[in-house]
Design a protein. Sequence first.
Length: 314
Amino acid sequence: MPVHRVAVLALDGVLPMEVGMPFHLLDRPELPYEVTLCGRTSGPVVTDNGWPLTAAHGLDAVGAADTVIVPAFHGHGPEGGVPDDVVDALRRAHRDGARIASICTGAFALAAAGLLDGRRATTHWRYADDLARLHPAIEVDPDVLYVDDGGVLTSAGVASGIDLCLHLLRRDHGAAVANAVAREIVAAPRREGGQAQFIRKPPVPQARTGLGATLEWALARLDKPLTVAELAAHALLSTRTFVCAFAAETGTTPIRWLNAARVDRARELLETTDATVGRIGQLCGLGTPANLRQHFRRATGTTPSEYRQAFTVM
């Protein structure tokens, strides 16, 4: 399998945690990625914490990359500007066919290069109004975790960068590979890009309830009918309290989460088994082949058969 070159472009004021995400998720011996840290020039890049990172390459790595990821940075934006050489490098990379992605306020660099004009995009909710004001040609969606617009992707703040990297893994190598990496890094169960990135008015005033055990319990029983009442009983909560706590913790509803988990399970089965579509519908809890196809197409934009042809790993 050919090596896929990923350039992580660290600009002055970069957030170290978000620089590390692409390396931690993609730069693995079993994956065909070559991940490189680059800056405007090779050498030290000042982080938001005040200490430097050392970039092995300058903007030449952006031009040579198959995927460019711009992590969050402070100092040049959102009110400030993005250096012209960075703008030029991003434009050239996009024009040459590279996939361009941003984490959090990295979206301001993509916006400065005009790569988000006419597109739907997101960033950290705190800076979404600034992005919309400074770049009115962008359809800014402040309430999602990430947006995949084909060759250009944007994500919200901090942890959503993990969701974005896992999404890139799914796009490139399928659900089984992405889920294996997620398990290894002890990531939360899969979060869809359309999930809310934050809750402005939390419906549950008390502290987080910690529904992780119930989510894991449900994931192990996707082939069985699961009701909201059963999930609530496992969490030792009333149904009403559970629904509110679920929305506060996951940003979605129990039914939507279950449907997404079942589609993800179907993807794994399509990749790793030769089970029929009918059998997979039973194993993932979506029932009939027609119901599986409906949910699968809605989530992935393709059919189970076409997906299997693209991502079979047996």
